[in-house]
Design a protein around this ligand. Structure first.
Ligand SMILES: [Zn+2]
Ligand SMILES: [Zn+2]
Ligand SMILES: [Zn+2]
Length: 161
């Protein structure tokens, strides 16, 4: 990862510094897709003056600048944020677990073919698309299976009692 070291931090305005704290925080932990509260709690350790309203405002600005992506989760009112992939004009898609709420990145995108088909059949020029997949994640599936197995086959010492 390229990191621009700026030793002349004094020149940075407070606003720039706050934005940098948010970007650093998302770069470090953002693969989990962070809520505003989570970002705020971590940044507060480095900047005790910062308020949650300031974090909100800066996230909105960063989103407008195309540096941060707000993750769309249909049946969850909470906003989740992540670093936007600069290399691509559109973000990856998400797999959302209905059991534990995990948000998993999904990089493969076969939708360009569908976009081409839409243009061909409908004459509609698609500029972007918005997709989320809802279901049960691998961890939850394994946990559910283990729980099911435990019900079906009680442990031998348990059965003896
Ligand atoms: Zn899950
Ligand atoms: Zn993501
Ligand atoms: Zn896509």
């Amino acid at each position: 990862m390229d990191e621009i070291r700026n030793d002349d931090n004094k020149k940075e305005t407070r606003n720039t510094r706050q934005k940098k704290l948010i970007i650093d925080c998302l770069n470090k932990y953002g693969s989990n897709h962070m809520t505003v509260e989570e970002i705020f709690n971590l940044i507060q350790q480095q900047d005790t003056q910062i308020s949650i309203a300031t974090v909100y405002r800066n996230l909105r600005l960063l989103e407008e600048q195309g540096l941060v992506n707000k993750v769309f989760v249909a049946d969850d009112a909470t906003a989740y944020y992540e670093i936007k992939d600069a290399a691509s004009s559109h973000s990856h898609h998400h797999l959302i677990c209905r059991q534990c709420g995990a948000i998993i990145d999904f990089e493969d995108d076969l939708l360009e073919a569908l976009e081409k088909m839409i243009t061909l059949t409908k004459g509609f020029q698609v500029q972007d698309h918005h997709v989320a997949f809802y279901g049960i994640c691998r961890d939850c599936t394994e946990k559910n299976k283990a729980a099911q197995d435990a019900v079906e086959k009680p442990a031998p010492d348990e059965a003896r009692q």
